[in-house]
Design a protein around this ligand. Sequence first.
Ligand SMILES: [Zn+2]
Length: 224
Amino acid sequence: MKRVLSRAVEALRGLLFPRSCVFCGKPEPGGVCGECKLSLPWYGEPTTLTVDGAALPVTAPLRYEGLARGALLRFKFHGRVRAARPFASLMAACVRNLLPEFDAIACVPLSLTRRLRRGYNQTRLLADALSRELDGAPVISPLRKRVRVANSSLGAEQREQNTQGAFRLKRSASLAGLRVLLVDDVLTTGATIRECVRVLRGGGADVVGAVTLCAVARNQKAED
Ligand SMILES: [Zn+2]
């Protein structure tokens, strides 16, 4: 409990006062220093995932390597939640440039046990910060995740199988006709995004696209 509280305090402080570059740690009030802007593994290309035979537009500002991978792992596993705002600012640029209009932002959920252990859902933090960057499109949480083996320990084919049925719609979810942007932290094989899109569509949502902070390039080994 104490750990969760101290993480919450760190989370709040971090969200209010981002003071150093989230990628290299040098003092930088804006969150991303000039040097990193030049040397980050930029991606930012429109790509597509095939979901039930149709193409879904997906984009990410960064490749999942080097400084970007390190910063994402610190954000995800080591409580560096202050990175959410600068990360979301990079993601927002991709969304504005590459994705269609939407009404609401939905994030990929964590299972309850994992969220309690970690103290936060990093993808929810990204979605909230992205909403602020994009002038307040509401963040919705229509999905819940069932407890499963972590995808990071599995190969691509096993991931796809493990992910099937991993997400459910909450009973309270009201999605009919809603244009939804899906947010996740990293695009690896696409299994998680595909499954979330299927479930959201099953609930009547029109999923217009997905954005992640990082994407694994095709020649990279997939991992979470
Ligand atoms: Zn830097």
